[in-house]
Design a protein around this ligand. Structure first.
Ligand SMILES: O=P(O)(O)OC[C@H]1O[C@@](CO)(OP(=O)(O)O)[C@@H](O)[C@@H]1O
Length: 460
């Protein structure tokens, strides 16, 4: 099956009804995506400088965000431990000693991966290496099959010279193999290494029809999919189909201070306060300062009044998403934290104990929010410059995805009002800048373990 990434599976702009999320014990553990004994090895395939490590790292980050345990096994790291300073001949495929050492590194990585699975530590492993010959791929397939591990081969094929060159420059000259070396000499050495791999490289083709694979050609311009086996594999494939590497930024802002924020109430659909209104007026200027003159971007808001009012002076295309509405606090909607602590002391304590998993009576948990935000993340991956005006809990979850923040910490992150956050994805990390508007606002942040009853005054 051949698909282009255009127009395939547009995510729905609908919120998952709370009823569908409720479970009797009001706690969800794991996203329950697949039988627990599933083991998938995602096998990267491709010449050096085709973005394999970047793809691997993004897939792991995405899976972690969804609470799916995953880990990358990078064969290069095993090779570097055994051969820290490879000579120019090391990568010459006609050199049997180099070939033997490279195979030994692959074996060590696969052995560790098998051990990791057998200890029940994870669902998805990523084997990050060139795996550029049919015989190497067959060896991995047979080895995995013998261990009861499914394989999903992911080939990144790229003949766009500009993309390859920028990858060589940006990523590889910062590789541990080239620490302290002249960047020009390092790039030259790396190009020679690629030439050696090119001599033996075999793209995945029809005679490997029994393999489960996805071929990403020129970073998703064209995608070829073969023999996808199950739901989890198809989710990984769908994620891969949405990736692009065009330079772009994502801006995040909470709505301006609301009337509810002023009185310390949570949830609701209140209007902006006077200071919140001032932030809405200041936001176009802040965005111009951060994005530069004439940058085209799209604004996403929730369907709640406070985000729509905050975005209304921005002269960009706007889209309202139900999925960006604030975490549903159920029976606590419209109460202050102090009122919740008095009316539902046990719930208040439980939320502090495990804020990520705690589900409000008749409402949602942070874990529920992550599930309903998945289409947003997919759409963000497909898009270019986006400004999201949303809520405290939602912003924490989106931020956690880009910045790889672990679950225990993400619901406790401080995200102040009247602050514009700019995130710029780079090859191996996301760059962050914050711009604070000079407009005071209350703090809606409550520290773990602090009694809300003594905090009442702080909110106003
Ligand atoms: O998970 P916690 O830390 O309670 O933060 C979420 C809360 O933040 C608030 C403000 O306190 O969001 P919002 O930015 O939409 O006003 C509440 O409406 C919401 O329940």
């Amino acid at each position: 099956m051949i698909m282009t990434t255009n127009g395939v599976f547009r995510p729905e702009m609908r919120r998952v009804p709370t009823g569908e999320l409720l479970k009797p014990n009001r706690k969800t553990n794991g996203v329950g995506v697949q039988a627990e004994d599933t083991k998938i090895c995602v096998v990267m395939v491709g010449l050096p400088a085709r973005g394999k490590s970047l793809i691997a790292q993004k897939v792991v980050r995405y899976l972690h965000w969804l609470s799916i345990p995953a880990k990358t096994f990078n064969v290069g790291q095993y090779r570097r431990t055994a051969t820290p300073n490879p000579s120019a001949e090391f990568f010459d495929t006609s050199n049997p000693e180099g070939e033997r050492l490279r195979k030994a590194a692959a074996e060590a990585a696969v052995n560790d991966m098998v051990k990791w699975f057998s200890e029940g530590q994870g669902l998805i492993a990523i084997l990050d290496a060139t795996n550029s010959t049919k015989s190497r791929r067959r060896w991995i397939q047979d080895r995995c099959q013998a261990e009861g591990i499914e394989t999903l081969f992911v080939e990144s094929k790229c003949d766009d010279e500009d993309l390859i060159m920028s990858n060589i420059k940006e990523v590889k000259t910062t590789s541990p193999d080239y620490v302290g070396q002249d960047p020009e000499a390092a790039a030259q050495d790396f190009r020679n290494r690629i030439r050696n791999y090119e001599k033996v490289y075999q793209t995945i083709d029809e005679d490997e029809y029994d393999l489960t694979y996805v071929k990403l050609i020129n970073v998703g311009k064209r995608v070829v999919i073969n023999q996808i086996q199950d739901y989890l594999q198809s989710r990984v494939v769908y994620y891969l189909m949405n990736l692009h590497i065009k330079p772009r930024s994502i801006w995040l802002s909470r709505h301006g201070e609301s009337q509810y924020n002023l009185s310390g109430k949570i949830g609701g659909d209140a209007d902006l306060s006077e200071r919140g209104e001032a932030y809405a007026r200041a936001l176009p200027g802040l965005v111009k300062q951060s994005a530069g003159e004439g940058r085209k971007l799209t604004v996403w808001t929730s369907t709640l009044r406070r985000t729509i009012q905050t975005a209304r002076f921005l002269e960009f295309e706007k889209l309202e998403w139900k999925a960006l509405d604030e975490l549903d606090s159920g029976v606590c909607d419209g109460l202050t934290y102090a009122e919740i602590e008095s009316a539902y002391p046990e719930d208040f304590r439980q939320r502090d104990e495990d804020k990520y998993n705690y589900r409000y009576l008749g409402g949602e948990s942070y874990r529920d929010v992550v599930i309903r935000l998945e289409p947003i993340i997919m759409e963000l991956e497909r898009s270019e410059n986006i400004l999201i005006v949303t809520h405290q809990a939602i912003l924490r979850c989106i931020y956690a995805y880009f910045m790889n923040v672990e679950q225990e910490r993400s619901p406790w992150m401080e995200v102040p009002l009247h602050t514009l956050i700019k995130l710029t994805p780079k090859a191996y990390s996301t760059q962050e800048e914050r711009l604070k508007a000079d407009i005071p606002a209350v703090s809606t942040f409550r520290e773990k373990g602090s009694s809300a009853k003594h905090q009442e005054g702080d909110a106003a």
